[in-house]
Ligand binder design. Structure first.
Ligand code: NAD
Length: 427
């Protein structure tokens, strides 16, 4: 078991269940135990090898100076440089960034990339900031973490509330520090700055591929199935578009402010047209439902594509889907995973389902390094092969070992870094 003492009050117990770092550590430890690794391996992998906290002063539009807190976690660099997104969100915490970096290591292991996991975050609300303030914050963050990142050390990317423009500012700032144009420092860039075709929609493409594989296992088809998607940002909106184009009926979508529901299917093209760059669209409508109600809607496929801890023991038995595919990182607690598995709901976990983003980020980095760029078709073909292989590896491990897909994914994901650390003589 994870070393911390058992909590005594119900409140503490509840907090423990929502503690994404603790629950990640629990599954990592179970996966390592099942694979027969000794305790030292867990001791190495339970926390990032490096964690940097920075304070970033930014001159705001009213000429005041505001100090923001940011983090960069590098989980494990045994396999190769660390890699992972930067999140701008008011709820970012050190623990969350650590857990996110471990999930990135697992993803890289599952889809077999030459990386370890990294992650960054800044406590801020970009929806309340001007373009100029966001530029100052993005550049300040890069200056603050510049000593520990770089194209052969740790490669950032977009995540919640960050986008190609923010990647462009960060790349430009790093290039100034490094004194040469260095596109391989960051991925998710605009195409004109060395970005990759297919990167913006890569996470959603990867989720779509997992959904295609999952429906085959359940003997249903995407065409005609009813889908609910929580979150209408980068992952959720592209996914809604892809599934809608495949003939699925998107009966519910949501953003941070609420959800929209239509049992006959929402007009996705219209919603895509009206959403803003932060994935907000529901503010334009009066007849909305809550995010809690959205998750309980009757559907075939439910895709959480927003934030952590959305499906918990409180609502797991009210979920009305036969397949859940986690586009978001950490949307389901461990207790809820157990309840859903007992109910026979097929849950495709985040570390597999959302690995399309880091896979195409890897393709972007390879293209930057080789200076030769692939077409969108070439990227899609490569992504398809990687995701299908990852899905089948995890699915077959779950079937053979008679375990849920989350534990199977952790077993597949953790093995490569444990082996790399062993060969290096670290453990
Ligand atoms: P985004 O910022 O583009 O969109 C986030 C969406 O979630 C928005 O619609 C926002 O309104 C909504 N949201 C925010 N807070 C919410 C809340 N409390 N309740 C309900 N909805 C809320 O972010 P994204 O890039 O689409 O990321 C979404 C999830 O997918 C995150 O968990 C992220 O870590 C994960 N992910 C993203 C990528 C990527 O490449 N973008 C890759 C892998 C995983």
């Amino acid at each position: 078991m994870v070393a911390d003492k058992a909590s005594d009050s119900p409140n503490e117990q509840n907090e423990d269940k929502l503690d994404v770092l603790k629950s990640t550590q629990t599954v990592v430890q179970t996966a390592l135990d099942k694979l027969g690794y000794p305790e030292e391996v867990f001791d190495l992998l339970k926390e990032p090898v490096r964690m940097m906290t920075v304070r970033i002063p930014v001159r705001m539009d009213d000429d005041s100076i505001k100090i923001f807190t940011g983090y960069r976690a590098q989980h494990n660099d045994a396999v190769g440089p660390t890699k992972g997104g930067v999140r701008f969100h008011p709820d970012v915490t050190e623990k969350e960034v650590k857990a996110l970096s471990i999930w990135m290591s697992l993803k890289a292991g599952i889809v077999d990339l030459p990386y370890g996991g990294g992650k960054g975050g800044i406590v801020c609300d970009p929806r309340e900031m001007s373009f100029r303030e966001l530029e100052g914050l993005s550049r300040g963050y890069v200056r603050a973490i510049s000593q520990i990142v770089g194209p052969t050390k740790d490669i950032p990317a977009p995540d919640v509330f960050t986008n190609p423009q923010i990647m462009a500012w960060m790349m430009d700032e790093y290039s100034r520090i490094d004194e040469f144009n260095n596109p391989g420092f960051i991925t998710g860039k605009p195409i004109v700055l060395g970005g990759s075709h297919g990167r913006e929609s890569a996470t959603a493409k990867g989720v779509t591929i997992c959904i295609d594989e999952a429906v085959k296992k359940k003997g249903i088809s995407v065409k005609g199935s009813r889908v609910v998607i929580q979150g209408f940002g980068n992952a959720g909106s592209f996914l809604a578009k892809f599934l809608n184009d495949q003939g699925a009926k998107i009966v519910g979508i949501s953003d941070a402010y609420g959800g929209l529901h239509d049992p006959d299917g929402l007009d996705i093209d219209y919603l895509l047209d009206r959403r803003d760059s932060f994935g907000t669209v529901t503010k334009l409508f009066e007849d909305t439902i809550s995010n809690e109600e959205l998750l309980e809607l009757d559907c075939d496929i439910l895709v959480p594509a927003a934030v952590e801890n959305q499906i918990t023991e409180e609502n797991a038995d009210k979920i009305n889907a036969s397949i859940i595919v986690e586009a978001a990182n950490g949307p389901t607690t461990l207790e809820a995973t157990r309840i859903l598995s007992e109910r026979g709901i097929l849950l495709v976990p985040d570390v597999l389902a959302s690995a399309g983003g880091v896979t195409v980020s890897y393709f972007e980095w390879v293209q930057n390094n080789q200076g030769y760029y692939w077409t969108e078709e070439e990227i899609e073909e490569k992504l398809y092969k990687v995701m299908v292989k990852g899905f089948n590896n995890v699915y077959n491990t779950a079937e053979t070992r008679k375990i849920d897909m989350r534990l199977a994914a952790y077993m597949v994901g953790v093995r490569k870094m444990a082996e790399a650390a062993r060969f290096r003589g670290w453990i």
